[in-house]
Design a protein around this ligand. Sequence first.
Ligand SMILES: Nc1nc2c(ncn2[C@@H]2O[C@H](COP(=O)(O)OP(=O)(O)OP(=O)(O)O)[C@@H](O)[C@H]2O)c(=O)[nH]1
Length: 303
Amino acid sequence: MLRWLSQKIRSGLAKTKGVFAGVFDLLRGKGKVDQAFLDELEKRLYLADVGTQATTQIVERVRQAFRDKEITGEVEAFVQQQLRELLGNEDRGIRWSATRPTVILIAGVNGSGKTTSIAKLAKYLQDQGKKVLLAACDTFRAAAVEQLTVWAQRLGCDIVKQQQGANPAAVAFDACERAKARGYDVLIVDTAGRLHTQTHLMKELEKIHNVVARQIPGAPHEVLLVLDATTGQNALAQAEQFSKSVHCTGIILTKLDGTAKGGAIFTIKQKLGLPVKFVGVGEQLDDLEPFDPEAFVAALFEK
Ligand SMILES: Nc1nc2c(ncn2[C@@H]2O[C@H](COP(=O)(O)OP(=O)(O)OP(=O)(O)O)[C@@H](O)[C@H]2O)c(=O)[nH]1
């Protein structure tokens, strides 16, 4: 059954659908599942940014299941099933803490859409009636605190912050205290964008992590890594490095609307072992959606 998929994601997926058209045109063609067909399938999946490993796996399974048989709707259904499997079927909801507050740490490199995603996530949770507190722990970059403050004002959401250059672990400490004392449901913690080469920033993230864990039992309940879909397979390489240093629980994949490389989503689970929990499909506050693999694959294959 085709599940509901918002119009935003549908239109956001236009570019990625454009390249996937190559895949489904082939699967809806005539002829046999012969070597030429398999080679072509491999090429088209690869061009759709599905990634080498996942592409090879799908083509091999199609070969085993349909070798020399006629191309029918069954082959397409099989490929769709393979793509769904690559996305995994675990629960993608936020892991709520039994007691308030639930703490969500947000990590990711600069420019990935981290700050915007925090604002969107806050809005999404506010819309569910949650009382949200933001912690501006990206004290490393001049504009970061400012940017988050502007979003907080627009959202009517409280924020804990200090001057640029302040100790981010101290901001995290204050934020935890405030969240506990005033009964916030969720504390969303922004952290400085960092690359694996920036060791001091990695250490800083660890410190924030430790402070939060000490202040609130079981925290952080989520560590979401923000990845920019427009960088395709490169986002994966970056994330692989990243998740070696920090234990992440899920991915927010941003800018899906601006790219034809959305196929990269199929390798995230396989390479990182992490579920995509949310996707960003625009620059506005409402442009964040919980990720639904079934609906996603169905939408990709819609004419
Ligand atoms: N089209 C589109 N643009 C997005 C999306 N998410 C974020 N952006 C844009 O991407 C740019 C970078 O977003 P930020 O949220 O500032 O990114 P950041 O990771 O915090 O980066 P720094 O501010 O450089 O640390 C902004 O222009 C955002 O409006 C999305 O889902 N779709």
